[in-house]
Design a protein around this ligand. Structure first.
Ligand code: HEC
Ligand code: HEC
Length: 297
């Protein structure tokens, strides 16, 4: 804080406190003069409505002085008067750091024990799974749901069906580095509405949702040319690109005709944010083991 503002704020605060003291003194001397407490002042309205001299009790007045004394003590002990640090040396930053240190002193030994364990052992260790569960609840539920079953556009993490792979390395990479699933815009290459309709039919036929009739099969060469590089020639997907398996019953975006049509014509772009920096190595590992355990139950 620049010196000017320090003095401006400090002087303003001190003047205000002094003014409060003066105001209380002044106000306590107001009221009817020459009339004892609990006596009638002598003003009468409506024949029988009389004014009494009943000052507020003394303790009430003392409360004001106590709060003022408290405020003065507080401002000497704690930061609050301009840029004055306070005699106790307390600061928000200091308190935060102390709490973080206490938490890491408490949890670091636990994390270290888990860090030394193998991934498979972790996925069966109840304490690690409990920790993973609470990490999941803090960082992942917004997108993958509280039961980790996902939602449209957000993959289910419990079904054993992986876009990017379900090995230790794949899950850990998904969490630490994030993922970006890019399904390109392919409308221009598909030969107009009829071509797009046939491609939707072909995609549905891959998982048995529709007939592999002549209209559908007419798109097979196009699928080989445009789609197989990512989704594989048989449509079974490729975890290198996060390209979903189109032959199973699991759909990331949906299997209705118009949804598949939108996917193909407008493309899709789904982002799993990187969490490595936020979580650190040990917590990422525990979380990955927890995620792996979900589809093994
Ligand atoms: C902002 C939303 C969001 C958050 C938060 C988020 N995810 Fe994801 N996650 C996604 C999306 C979207 C995908 C799918 C990416 C794609 O389509 O390729 C995904 C994919 C994944 C995958 C890969 C799934 C597969 O089938 O291969 C894993 C594992 C995963 N997330 C775990 C987590 C964990 C653990 C957390 C908490 C630390 C988390 N995610 C937080 C949106 C999110
Ligand atoms: C560059 C690689 C790539 C190409 C080429 C590609 N896709 Fe995809 N496709 C993806 C990825 C990656 C996703 C997942 C998008 C996401 O994560 O949201 C996807 C998603 C889809 C989906 C949604 C699946 C679901 O579960 O909801 C369909 C349907 C699909 N692609 C069909 C096609 C068809 C048909 C073609 C060819 C015309 C094609 N794709 C070409 C990479 C590709």
């Amino acid at each position: 804080m620049p010196a000017f503002w320090h003095w401006f704020v400090a002087a303003g605060t001190i003047i205000f406190v002094v003014w409060c003291v003066w105001l209380i003194q002044w106000a306590s001397k107001q009221g009817p003069q020459n009339v004892a407490d609990d006596e009638v002042v002598g003003h009468v309205w409506d024949g029988d409505l009389e004014e009494w001299n009943k000052p507020a009790p003394r303790w009430w007045l003392y409360l004001y002085f106590i709060t003022i004394a408290w405020a003065v003590g507080y401002m000497i002990a704690y930061p609050g008067l301009g840029s004055w640090d306070g005699l106790l040396g307390w600061s928000q930053q200091g308190q935060y750091e102390e709490e973080m240190q206490a938490a890491s002193d408490r949890y670091e030994p636990i994390y270290e024990r888990f860090a030394a364990m193998s991934f498979d052992a972790l996925a069966e260790e109840p304490d690690a799974l409990n920790l993973g569960k609470s990490l999941y609840a803090s960082y992942c539920t917004t997108c993958h749901g509280s039961d980790a079953r996902g939602a449209t556009g957000y993959p289910n993490l419990t079904d054993g069906d992986w876009l990017w792979g379900g090995t230790e390395a794949a899950i850990t990479t998904s969490i630490r580095q994030g993922r970006m699933g890019v399904m390109p815009v392919l409308a221009p290459a598909l030969g107009g509405d009829a071509g797009i309709d046939n491609m939707v039919r072909y995609v549905k036929s891959l998982s048995g949702l529709g007939e592999a009739d002549a209209a559908a099969m007419s798109s097979q060469p196009m699928f080989m040319a445009l789609c197989s590089a990512c989704h594989n020639a048989d449509g079974s997907g490729n975890p290198l690109f996060g390209a979903p398996n189109l032959t199973d019953e699991t759909w990331l975006h949906g299997s209705a005709d118009d949804v598949i049509r939108t996917t193909i014509t407008k493309g899709r772009n789904s982002v799993m944010p990187a969490h490595g920096e936020l979580l650190g190595e040990n917590r990422s590992k525990i979380l990955a083991a927890y995620i792996a355990s979900l589809s093994k139950q």
